[in-house]
Design a protein around this ligand. Structure first.
Ligand code: ADP
Ligand code: MG
Length: 645
């Protein structure tokens, strides 16, 4: 399969390496490549096992290597606790991010409510979603190598448009763990449009919508393609809406309508049986009008359940309506008007004030994801956009095919096609009072650069903390912290005098570089913000090592380290604060703070996490009121200009 080329400089034979495209899906994953002879993208079907690899990892009891795909999927029913599905939902997430969703899975998520990365427990072993995703990627890689009979070392991997930096970084890390060099992380809708051949010819101008309803996520993206430039005008969606929710609606309906024994809600085996039957009904009703099957409980008691397409449509209508609402928002964000006839005459002036081109009809509405096979979805989307949606390519494969085309572009096999993406969430820094000051707004095209100027709030301040956040809320506490660093060595000056430029550079992969410069002294500091939950190279190495050893104590150890780090930071902040603001604090406050700080230092010397967390909480509680008071004073003192802290 591999093409052989001769390197004229050395006279040696070179093997042209194939770069694969991978759709790492919540429910299903696929690997595709561009055939070197036909130049056509193809999903890989190794040994006739089909192109779709269910994103399910099963751990056999004896600690053997995990199995992935259909083989693993069969264990959803019989061995749910050792059979991990929908792991993409957990990728790059902390326990806190998950909230109530953790309890909806058939397997065990360690019970915790911390900022730490989620881990999954299988017997006595703990796995991160990155490791489990890597297992899926390893399987895809092995299938590609087997089918193509050549080593596969490089890949393009797709992610939903809504993935934040942590999730993108986690996907990249999973690729590395699977031994793949990840050349590019590409948004799924961008890949889908590429698969439809949109954007590959230079003089083409198009505006398209990509509606992607998979098993676990929904994305709507509006893309504009102009002179070979691929631009995402807007994205919207819901990371917790997909075909799984259709299945749940069906199970819930059956539970009630057929008075199923409560064991179908409590017994994992029966839960899974119900879930699979509901999915089967859904798929069947994409083609037929009536579905009937039998459920069997542990006592051998049978219940016949039925569902008509009309009933199914009623069950899912509210879910489909939510996707349409997101479409409406995306269309508005893109500055477009679609679906309804354009008013002419005196009433249309408000529609033309915007200098964006007014569109009543998109050039195409592309359907992506298995759930778009549901007839009601097709109808609702076509109706909203005022034109029949395009589903001519296999909706399961289209993202992987597009990823393969992107891989082919990166391999230098196509003339340069420039792809511009957008950042899905606002990026900014924390300013005084815990507010988020946006630097790169959401839906900005990337790569992009932006900056703002700040100053200090305290006389003689020589350090400035730059804390970087991602999100749409005003308060940083409600957004996601990506990282922070301290600009040191600012010459002592009165508050408000230093001029600090903070510049954000977001590259094509969505990795953020932050630079702070104090202009008067030319003091400069630069960091690459690896998202807080992302992994460093050393951590990836460490994980490889750990997987060879018994990782039972991993979690406790990591949590202790995290608590210690946080405690040290807090002590540092508190001592800085009291030193700087001595004149604003009463002697009682100073004594109480020192006493509480001492309690925390004592706890830090120990090896238990809870006392550290408790002492931190108490120190925080104690100092917060006077920190606020001092901040108010600073705000008053620094009326002009923005102060960071
Ligand atoms: P993801 O991108 O989340 O991995 P996919 O695009 O592979 O998901 O879509 C998987 C979803 O599509 C599942 O919920 C599956 O039940 C659903 N699906 C697949 N085929 C059909 C069908 N014929 N009718 C309805 N839903 C389907
Ligand atoms: Mg998908």
């Amino acid at each position: 399969m591999a093409t052989v080329a001769i390197n004229l400089a050395t006279g040696s034979l070179q093997q042209e390496e194939i770069i694969v495209g991978i759709d790492l899906g919540t429910t299903n994953s696929l690997v595709a490549y561009v055939h070197p002879d036909t130049r056509q993208p193809l999903a890989i079907n190794d040994q006739g096992r089909g192109t779709i690899v269910p994103s399910v990892v099963h751990f056999p009891a004896e600690g053997l290597d995990p199995v992935v795909g259909n083989e693993a999927r069969e264990f959803l029913l019989t061995d749910p606790q050792r059979t991990i599905y929908s792991v993409k939902r957990l990728l790059g997430k902390s326990y806190r991010d998950l909230g109530q969703h953790a309890t909806q899975l058939g397997y065990k998520i360690i019970d915790d409510n911390s900022e730490g990365l989620v881990k999954i427990r299988v017997d006595d072993r703990f796995f991160s979603p990155i490791e489990l995703s890597a297992d899926i990627l390893k399987e895809l890689r092995a299938r590609a190598e087997h089918a193509l009979k050549t080593p596969v070392n490089r890949a393009v991997i797709t992610v939903p448009a809504y993935f934040n930096d942590s999730q993108r970084q986690a996907t990249r890390d999973a690729g590395r763990l699977a031994g793949l060099e990840v050349l590019r992380i590409v948004n799924e809708p961008t890949a889908a449009a590429l698969a439809y051949g949109i954007g590959l010819s230079p003089d083409e101008e198009k505006t398209v919508a990509v509606y992607d309803l998979g098993g676990g996520t929904f994305d709507i993206s509006i893309l504009r393609i102009q002179q070979g430039i691929f631009e995402v005008l807007s994205t919207n969606g819901d990371t917790y809406l997909g075909g799984d929710d259709f299945d749940r609606a069906v199970s819930d309906h059956w539970q009630e309508a057929f008075q199923l024994p409560t064991a179908y809600q409590t017994n994992p085996h029966l839960q899974q049986q119900l879930r699979l039957a509901a999915e089967m009904a859904k798929r069947y009703l994409s083609q037929h009008d009536d579905f009937t099957t039998q459920l069997t409980d542990e006592a051998g008691q049978n219940t016949t359940v039925t569902l008509t397409r009309a009933q199914f449509n009623d069950l899912i209508r509210p879910l489909v309506a939510r996707t349409i609402a997101a479409c409406r928002q995306a269309v508005a964000d893109a500055g477009l008007v679609v679906g309804s006839p354009l008013l002419v005459g005196s009433t249309n002036q408000s529609l033309t004030t915007n200098n964006q081109q007014l569109t009543t009809k998109l050039d195409a509405v592309l359907l992506v994801g298995g759930s778009t096979r549901v007839p009601l979805v097709f109808e609702a989307v076509s109706e909203f956009f005022g034109q029949p949606a395009n589903n001519s390519l296999n909706p399961d494969e289209v993202v992987a095919l597009g990823a393969a085309i992107q891989a082919d572009i990166l391999a230098g096999n196509r003339r340069d096609v420039l792809l511009l993406d957008v950042t899905p969430l606002t990026l900014g820094i924390e300013t005084l009072g815990g507010l988020l000051d946006p630097i790169i707004p959401r839906n900005s095209k990337i790569p992009t650069k932006a900056g703002r100027q700040y100053t200090t709030s305290v006389d003689g301040q020589v350090n400035l903390k730059i804390a970087v956040y991602q999100g749409e809320r005003d308060l940083v506490s409600q957004n996601r912290k990506l990282g922070e660093f301290v600009l040191t060595g600012i010459p002592a000056m009165p508050a408000g005098l230093p001029k600090v430029d903070v510049n954000f550079l977001l590259n094509a992969d969505g990795i953020l570089q932050v630079e702070a410069i104090e202009l008067r002294s030319n003091t400069r500091q630069q960091v690459e913000i690896k998202p807080q939950y992302g992994l460093t190279d050393e951590q990836v190495e460490q994980m490889l090592m750990d997987s060879l050893m018994n990782a039972k104590d991993d979690v406790a150890a990591r949590l202790l380290i995290e608590a210690r780090t946080a405690a040290e930071q807090l002590l540092y902040q508190v001592s800085n604060f009291t030193r700087k603001n001595r004149e604003h604090l009463t002697p009682e406050e100073l004594t109480a703070t020192e006493a509480q700080a001492e309690i925390l230092r004592t706890a830090l010397a120990g090896i238990e996490r809870d006392p550290i967390l408790k002492a931190m909480d108490e120190l925080d509680e104690l100092t917060r009121p006077y920190a606020e008071r001092v901040m108010n004073i600073s705000i008053q003192q620094a009326m002009a200009g923005k102060k960071i802290g």
